[in-house]
Design a protein around this ligand. Sequence first.
Ligand SMILES: *[C@@H]1O[C@H](CO)[C@@H](O)[C@H](O)[C@H]1NC(C)=O
Ligand SMILES: *[C@@H]1O[C@H](CO)[C@@H](O)[C@H](O)[C@H]1NC(C)=O
Ligand SMILES: *[C@@H]1O[C@H](CO)[C@@H](O)[C@H](O)[C@H]1NC(C)=O
Ligand SMILES: *[C@@H]1O[C@H](CO)[C@@H](O)[C@H](O)[C@H]1NC(C)=O
Length: 845
Amino acid sequence: MGAPNGPLFEDCVFVFILSRTLPRSLAEESKSIVEENGGEVIPFDEDFDLPEITHIISDTVDFPQYSEARLQLKPVVTVTWITASLNKNKEASIRPFTPDPSMIFANVTITCEGLPTGDKDAIIGAVLAMGGMETSSLTKMTTHICALTVDGQKCQQAIGKRLKCKIVLPHWFDDCMKLGKRIDERPYILPDPEIFRSDPSDPIPMPSTDILSGASSSRPGALPMPTDSPIRKLTVFNNKIVTISGDLDISSRLRKVLEDLIVGGGGFVSKTVHESDMFVCHWREGREYVLASRMGLDVGNLSWLYHLIANNEWISPMRKLLHYPLPKNGIPGFKDFRITLSNYGGEARIYLENLVTAAGAEFTKSMKQDNTHLITARKSSEKCDAAMEWNIEMVNHLWIEESYAKCEVQNLTDPRYTHFPPRTNLGEIIGQTQFDRALLERKYFPRDPTPSPGDPKLVRRNIMREKDRNAPSSRRTDSDADMEDQDEEIRPKADLNKALSRKKSRPSFGQQVSTPASRRISGLSGGKENDTPSTGSRSAKDKANSRIHAAAPDIALYEKEKKRKGGVWGGERAASRIEKEKTLERSSSPANKHDEDDEDLSEDETRTPKRHKSGLPPVQIRLLTTGYKGWLGNLAKEEMDKKKLRDIGILVTTNPVTCTHVAAPAMVRTQKFLCALASGPTILTSDFIDTCIAKGKVPPEKDFLLQDQQNERKFGVKLKDAIGRAKANKRSLLRRVPIYCTADITNGPDTYKDIINANGGSFAIYTGRPFVKKTSPEEDDGPAEPVYLLSGQKPSEKLLWPKFTEMAKEGNMTPRIVDSEWLLDVALSQQNKWNQSYLAERKKG
Ligand SMILES: *[C@@H]1O[C@H](CO)[C@@H](O)[C@H](O)[C@H]1NC(C)=O
Ligand SMILES: *[C@@H]1O[C@H](CO)[C@@H](O)[C@H](O)[C@H]1NC(C)=O
Ligand SMILES: *[C@@H]1O[C@H](CO)[C@@H](O)[C@H](O)[C@H]1NC(C)=O
Ligand SMILES: *[C@@H]1O[C@H](CO)[C@@H](O)[C@H](O)[C@H]1NC(C)=O
C-alpha cells in the first residue's frame, strides 16, 4: 500500500511465478510496468522468502509456497490484477483476481434478502470462504442478490433501476458448493426459476449432475474450469465421522447439501458427538460443545467446514481464529469498544472486521471521535493522524488477534501491539495467531467440573474417561456403552460400523489427530521433532498436535517437490528450503520480533525518501498554504501550479497534521495557521510559492523564512520560539486539558474544536449537562486541575456560567470561564500560560 501520493506500487515487492500461461515474455512486460510504478520485482529465477514479498503474481496455485502464502493472507493474483490496479490508480481488490480454481465465488459480491438468519449466515460464510464478498446493502458492486422471492426492497430496487445484478435462489450457492464449481445461474434466477418449474414437488433441487450435464451440454463454456470430471472428489472427509450441531440454525436443505458432501467424500454423518471425529457448531457453549471438546474432537464452526470443503485439505480448527466456534457474549471487555481499521486491505481487512465483531466489539467503517480503538498496519494514514489527535488507542492487529485467542483484552501498552516498523505493512504477518487448546479448555470446557446436577450422563462419562486414559483401548469403549440410548441417524449404518471398528486400531483420543497429513508426517519427520520451537507450557499432547499442524504445509511442499522431475526445485533443494523456511518462521515469530526492532516511532514514515525508479520525485515538502492570494478565484491556475509544485517534490496539502511547511503572508491567528503551527512546521512567506513556480525548482528555504516583527510584538511571541516549542510539544500541548465551549460562541465552536484537537486537548460543547467523568488514574489525586469553558458575552452563554462553576467544583476541578483569546494565545505561543485577565467574567460585556 503506497503512501497517498507516492507511486502506485511503492513499497510493494512482487514475485512472478512463471508458468505455461504466464510465460517469461509476459512477465517481463508486467515487470517493467510494476517497476515504472515504484514496485520492486524479485528476479524471475531467484528464490524468494515469503515474509519479504507483498504480492505473488501467478496464473496457478501449483507452486510450493501457495498454502503458506494463503495462511499468511498474502495476495496471490493473476497478472491482470496489475492492469486493473493501474486503471483504478489504486490497488484493485484481490479476490476477483485469484488464480485459485477452488475460489468459485471469486467474482461474486452478494447481498441477501429475506432469508432465515441461519441460512443467510451460512451462504455468506460460503461465499467468503470461496473467494467472494458480501455487502449488507445493495451497491454498485453487488453482483447477486440471494432471495426466495422478488418482493423485498432490494430486489424491487434492483428491478426498478434495471441494475445488472442477478437475483438468485439460495439453491444456486448450494449447488455450486456441492460441485466445487461455479455453474450458470440462469436456472436459479427469480422470479420464475427454471429449477422450480421443472420439478415443483421436490423440495431439494434436481441432482446436481443433471443440472450440470444440462448446463455443460447446452453451454459448454459455462464451467469456469476445465477439469477431468465436473464433480470434484472430496477426500478430506474420508473415513471421518462428522456431527453438525443443531445450533447452526441452517435449513434442512443446506444441511443436506453439507451432509451429502461429507458422505460423498467417504465420510459419515452422526447426530451425536460420541463417536465423531469432528463437531461443527456455532457457539462455544452447550453440552455437546463441551463434551466434544473434552473428548478431543476437532471442534470448529461452519467457516471451518467450508474451508475444508473449499480446499479439500485438512486444517486444525484452532489454526485460524475464525474457524473456531464463537464465544456467545463476545470476549469480556470488548462489548464497549468501537473499533475501526486502517491500512489493511483485501482478505486481511475482511478477516479483521469479522474478528472485531466476533470479539463482541462494534466495527465501524469510518472513524469518529467516539471510536475507542484504531487497528492499523502502519503508522501513517489520515485515520492514524486523527487517532493521535483524538486520543484514540492505536494498535496493530496483533492486539485483537491475541485478545481473541487468549479470550481476554490484552494490555494495550504491550510494545508488540504498538510497534510499527517504519517500512512494513503489518498486514504481512496477519492470520498467524492460533488458539492454545489448554487455554480454551480452562475457559470453556474445564476438565474436572463440579458435576452439574442436571447432567448425570456427563458425569458418568467423565469417570469412564478417566479410566480410559490408562487403558490401552480407544474411545470406542464408552462410545459403545452410550450407543444404545442414542437416537442417532447415521448413513449408511453398515459402513459406519466398519469405520468405527477401523478406529479401534488407532491411537487413543489423546492423540486423536489422525488426518492424512499427520499419518504422513509420522513416517517422515523421524528424529526431527526437536527442531520445532516449543510454545510455552502446554501439554505434550498439544505440542505434538501443533507440531503436526505446523508441519503440514512443509509436508505438502515436500511431497510436491518429490513429484516434480528435474523441475525448478530438486528434492535436495526443496528439503533445504523447508529448513530455511522454518528458520525464517522462527525468526519472524512475534516473540522474537519485538527485541529486534526498537526504532524511533515518532519518525513520520511517509516523509522518508523512497525508491523512485520513475514517475514523480518523492515528496520532500508537504506545504500548507493560508492566505495565499495567487489562486483566489482561479481554480485552473491553482491546479496547474500544484502540478508544477508536485513535479519538484512539493505536495500542497490541507492537512495540518502532516504538513512540514506552511506558507503564509503574515503571522496570523487563523484556525488554519494555528492548527498547522501545532505540528512545528517550517513557516515561509507566500513568495516562496511564487518563486518555486517561476523558477521550476525549490529555492533555499532560509531565504523565505517568515519574518513578522510587527505581529510578534503585537502578540508577544517570537515565531521562532513558538515553532521550537511546538516541535517539543509534539501536538500535545493541551493533552488531558478538558476544554468546553458554548454552542453560541462567536465564529462557532468548530473553529476552536480544531485548534484544541490539533494540540491534543479534549473538546466538548457545554450544554449544562454533567461532565463526562474521567476515570484516568492520573486525575484522581493531586491538586484540583483547571477545566475551561470558552465563552463570549452573549446572554445565552452567560446563563451557563453558574452551572459550569458549580459542576467543576463538584468534580474537584478549578473552573476557568475564559474568552477565546486565551486559546488563541496559548495555541500561538505554544505555551500553556495563564493570566487572570483571560477570565470572561472580567471582561466588560
Ligand atoms: C470475473 O469476471 C471477469 C470480468 O467479468 C472475468 O473476466 C473473469 O474471468 C471472472 N473470473 C472468474 C473467476 O469468474
Ligand atoms: C465462524 O466463527 C467466526 C468467529 O470465530 C465468525 O466470524 C464466522 O462468521 C463464523 N462462520 C460462520 C459461517 O458462521
Ligand atoms: C499494562 O502494562 C503497563 C506497563 O507495563 C502496566 O503499568 C499496567 O498496569 C498494565 N495494565 C494491566 C491492566 O495489566
Ligand atoms: C496579564 O495580562 C495583562 C493584560 O494582557 C497584562 O497587563 C499583565 O501583565 C499580565 N500579567 C501577567 C502576570 O502576565
